[in-house]
Design a protein around this ligand. Structure first.
Ligand code: SAM
Length: 385
């Protein structure tokens, strides 16, 4: 979770420190790492209850911080693997759980099992490079975006907001499939994840995430539940990943959705008349045609990870999507395709016409609409990747 503005301050002692929202137990919280600690025990209980954790569950927690959520996760599940980037927090977790009534269970994997392993400083690099081999580690010190995730049934986390998008897609690509992830996000990001056609926040992130998962908004969380309070509100979301379908053209889908949401409130007719779009599609079209002619047509995406990478790059959704109301066609760089390309342009517009998509806008289209549109383009030999 991120978004709160904090001034850099030196640690204080005594009463002053205990009332300072940027410190707790001698630890200063760093904005750069999105350190906003959950301080409301009732909220933590609600998250645990809504997560539907089973006593047999292996739980993944991302960013345990000082362990407020970790403690409840340990009580609810079979085991917890936590990934924490800040060595000070890892030490704090060790201190907290070794000194607690759970201490006898800290070294074993049991109902409350947690093993905290703190690598030697000069061993850190090797540790981070070999996380998958260090299966005994239960608190992994490292960047969750860079490490191999262990097996887990459920992920429950109050994350740093700045990694929301890459983390969401890392989880969606994670295999074997897990049951669900229950994650605290910045409210706006959460609303984008669950947005439906016609909602203001409906965007590429919504469409791509919902292709790969069922997503539910669980809980609104006010900023005063955190220490220090961030500048934005939060929401807890439940993500249930779907099985990937081998035959689905994920790469093509990613390309189509990227183009459609470049200006989501413009008509598709207007978007697909853009010179840059037509040039890209024509290039793909000619390349594929040449490949077919030389009988070297690819038999499809054998590497699903490569195919899915077209969906992954949605990190800019919060900042880069353009509100069309402020733009006219000149701003969009709409230019008539030159004469050589007019035949291809007619082909593209013919596809839109066939599906009655010319006057439709991406902001109102459902997953099924996009799938229909993609199949019409593909039937015409037009591909997006
Ligand atoms: C919002 S705090 C949550 C702390 C705790 N889970 C809680 O709810 O009280 C986010 C935590 O994620 C850690 N963190 C930040 N970036 C990280 C990353 N890339 N990988 C792993 N942990 C990270 C921070 O150090 C911090 O402890």
């Amino acid at each position: 979770m991120a978004g709160g503005k904090m001034k850099k301050e030196k640690p204080q002692r005594g009463g002053a420190a205990s009332s300072n929202p940027h410190y707790q137990g001698g630890i200063s919280f760093h904005k750069s790492k999105g350190q906003h600690i959950l301080k409301n025990p009732l909220l933590i209980d609600t998250i645990i209850q809504k997560a539907g954790i089973k006593s047999t569950d292996a739980i993944l927690e991302i960013g345990p911080g000082t362990g407020n959520l970790t403690k409840k996760l340990l009580e609810a599940g079979k085991s917890v693997v936590a990934v924490e980037i800040d060595p000070r927090m890892v030490l704090e977790l060790q201190r907290r759980f070794q000194g607690s009534p759970l201490s006898s269970r800290l070294k074993g994997i049991g109902a409350f099992g947690i093993t905290i392993e703190i690598p030697e400083v000069d061993d850190l690099l090797a540790h981070n490079n070999n996380l998958s081999q260090r299966t005994e580690a239960r608190v992994i010190q490292g960047d969750v975006l860079k490490c191999d995730l262990p097996y887990f049934d459920i992920c429950v986390a109050n994350i740093p907001y700045q990694i929301s998008s890459p983390l969401t897609f890392k989880l969606l690509f994670h295999r074997p499939l897990f049951r669900c992830a229950v994650i605290m996000f910045q409210r706006e990001f959460a609303m984008r994840l669950v947005a439906q056609p016609g909602d203001t926040l409906y965007c590429r992130l919504s469409v791509n995430t919902q292709l790969m998962a069922r997503v539910f908004h669980l809980l609104k969380v006010g900023r005063n539940n955190f220490r220090p309070p961030p500048k934005v509100d939060s929401s807890v979301v439940r993500i249930e990943p779907r099985k990937l379908i081998d035959s689905f053209p994920y790469k093509d889908w990613g390309g189509l959705i990227r183009i459609c949401f470049n200006r989501k409130n413009k008509t598709l007719g207007s978007i697909f008349k853009q010179k840059s779009v037509l040039s890209l599609l024509e290039k793909n079209y000619k390349t594929l045609k040449a490949l077919r002619l030389s009988q070297k047509e690819s038999s499809g995406d054998t590497d699903m990870a490569v195919a899915l990478s077209a969906l992954r790059d949605t990190g800019e959704d919060l900042s880069m999507e353009i509100d069309d109301d402020d733009y006219d066609d000149e701003d969009m760089g709409v230019e008539e395709h030159d004469a050589r390309g007019s035949e291809f342009k007619n082909k593209v517009l013919g596809v839109l016409k066939k599906g009655d998509f010319e006057d439709k806008r991406s902001s109102k289209l459902t997953q099924a609409d996009f799938m229909h549109l993609l199949s019409l383009f593909n039937e015409a030999g037009i591909h997006f990747a």
